[in-house]
Write a protein that binds this ligand. Structure first.
Ligand code: AMP
Ligand code: ZN
Length: 469
């Protein structure tokens, strides 16, 4: 079976056929850089990374573009609320530019720690103002815009198929919750360019044909940059499901109206949310977020979180719980130990029929709309299968890791760094003095650096054992 993916546009699984094989154009909506990414956001980027790796597995040549939203935008998708970047700057007593630079770097660091392959092209909204203005002018010329209350709006009534990505029912529901803007001719219209700010002290402003100082609407940057780097029509566009009713719907509207070419994007892929026990989405506005750094402080490695995400299909809500994460942590640890053992095996069987069967099975699973839970199960099945030789298992697992990205290819016997051993010695001495508080502090310090320390007895003597967490 060739690659089959679920297309939000048709609500069906479809064979993947790019427009210019083997080339594939992939656009993935990036973060707004006013805070650290939370685990929910990172679920999206892990899903997109798996998608990209599956495309590469199928021998496609992928050009991936990811934007950085560094222009201040409103906390609501629909042109209301407060400016996110300004919020960040006030909180941290920095300029919005400093905030953007800091969190862009933090986001790129998170991706690296999650073993996410970097996009071919990073692009910042603030570096593409010219392209965004040109896109509005194109829309203006074709009669898709109007100017009211100092802002340029997109007139959705001019586009017959506006909202085709979102199911109508759902869209009406979402829009109904949105505060009404008296300048809008139609409920779904959206701002392309602001000259009258909805908040004070907007720092990021640019001259434009509509006034001396203004800034673009949020949806515009993705259309302008995707067209610039991937062309007027391309293959895949991704994001979380919250982007379906407003952001992606508006991206489609302005892109197809400007170029006159349909469809702008052939396949739209969306991931479901990371949710908490009450079924509530993890999100900045809900105030229930956790970052990767916070997980690490609890001794959970970023790749444990990746493993945890792979265990649930990307179109199914993923329930966050400390116990489930702990489970992922232990599974990955066991996996690493097994891989280390297998690595030491002597050359044995090669390319047996059983190995080929597993390779085929794995390929079928990932090609079936990225079925990572089944792919993980195949990996464990291989480890138990006595018909396979040790070296053969090792080779298969390394291959699978091209998709799973669990760092299995880099595993080697680890030497414990001397500073960790020193901390463990200090802890043992604290225990001997019965200073339990100090001993516990030191244990936590060791854990924060990615190691665990356990107590053992060597005959009558107390000792310790250090392991990678
Ligand atoms: P934002 O920075 O808010 O634009 O979000 C970046 C990405 O994270 C988008 O693709 C969102 O759809 C996605 N996202 C936000 N919250 C969650 C969540 N709880 N679970 C999964 N994805 C999310
Ligand atoms: Zn976007």
């Amino acid at each position: 079976m060739g690659l089959v993916i679920y297309n939000t546009l048709t609500r069906k699984k479809e064979p993947f056929v790019p427009s210019h094989p083997p080339k594939v154009g992939l656009y993935t909506c990036g973060p707004t850089v006013y805070n650290f990414a939370h685990l929910g956001n990172l679920r999206s980027y892990i899903f997109e990374d798996v998608l990209k790796r599956v495309l590469l597995w199928n021998k496609f040549k992928v050009k991936q573009v990811m934007n950085i939203t560094d222009v201040g935008h409103l906390t609501s998708d629909a042109d209301t609320g407060i400016d996110k970047m300004l919020l960040g700057a006030q909180r941290e007593k920095k300029t919005v530019w400093q905030v953007a630079e800091f969190y862009t770097k933090a986001f790129q660091d998170d991706l690296k720690r999650l073993n996410i392959l970097p996009p071919t092209t990073w692009c910042k909204a603030t570096e593409h103002i010219k392209e965004q203005i040109a896109l509005i002018q194109k829309l203006e010329k074709k009669g898709y815009t109007y100017f009211r209350g100092g802002n340029v709006y997109f007139d959705t009534s001019k586009l017959r198929d506006y909202g085709k990505l979102a199911l109508l029912e759902r869209q009406t529901e979402t829009q109904a919750r949105v505060e009404k803007d008296p300048n809008k001719k139609n409920q779904h219209d959206f701002v392309l360019w602001f000259t009258t700010s909805k908040f004070q002290e907007q720092e990021m402003k640019w001259p434009s044909p509509w006034g001396p100082a203004g800034y673009p609407g949020w949806h515009l940057e993705c259309s302008a940059m995707a067209i610039k780097y991937l062309g007027e029509q391309f293959d895949i566009h991704c994001g979380g499901i919250d982007h379906i009713p407003v952001h992606h719907t508006n991206e489609i509207a302005q892109s197809e109206a400007a170029t006159g070419k349909k469809p702008w994007v052939k396949y739209w892929l969306h991931n479901e949310f990371l949710v908490l026990a009450e079924g509530k989405r993890m999100g900045k506005s809900a105030g229930n977020i956790l970052t990767l750094a916070e997980l690490e402080q609890q001794g959970i490695h970023p790749l444990d979180y990746r493993y945890f995400c792979l265990g649930t299909h990307y179109r199914v809500p993923l329930m966050f719980s400390p116990a489930a994460l702990e489970g992922a942590h232990h599974s990955r640890k066991k996996l690493r130990e097994k891989v280390l053992e297998l690595k030491k095996e002597k050359e044995g069987k090669k390319d047996s029929a059983v190995a080929k069967k597993y390779l085929h099975q794995f390929t079928e699973q990932i090609n079936d709309d990225l079925n990572t839970p089944q792919a993980l199960a195949t990996m464990w099945e291989i480890l138990k299968d006595e018909e396979l030789g040790g070296k053969e298992k090792y080779v298969l697992l390394r291959q699978f890791d091209e998709i799973l990205g669990l760092g299995l290819q880099k595993i080697r016997e680890e030497k414990i760094p001397p500073e960790i051993t020193k901390l463990a010695e200090e802890r043992l001495n604290a225990r001997r003095r019965k200073d339990w508080k100090k001993a516990d502090e030191l244990r936590q310090k060791i854990q924060r650096q990615g190691y665990t320390v356990g107590d053992t007895k060597e005959g009558p003597k107390e000792s310790y054992e250090i392991k990678r967490a």
